[in-house]
Design a protein around this ligand. Structure first.
Ligand SMILES: [Zn+2]
Length: 83
């Protein structure tokens, strides 16, 4: 009878440990995926030269606004100097 209780206790313990390990293994995988797919929405900015809409992280700040790239920033600043 003692042996049966011991085996039952071991089985229950293994079952609990397995559940905890599964929960721990599943949690880190789902959390980064959630943050990357459901990232905070970024404000969209407009290139002052061509009017392209782009996320704030990709916009290049310059004189007279933000730009989609270095070429457009240079082009805008050159045309701005002429005026
Ligand atoms: Zn542009």
């Amino acid at each position: 009878m003692r042996l049966a209780l011991f085996i039952l206790a071991v089985v229950v313990l293994l079952w609990l440990v397995r559940g905890a390990v599964r929960r721990r293994a599943a949690a880190p995988r789902s959390k980064p995926a959630d943050t990357s797919t459901a990232a905070a929405p970024q404000p969209m900015l407009t290139c002052a030269h061509c009017g392209l809409h782009l996320p704030r992280d990709e916009a290049l700040p310059g004189r007279g606004g933000v730009f989609c790239g270095d070429a457009h920033r240079k082009a805008f600043e050159q045309t701005d100097d002429v005026r």
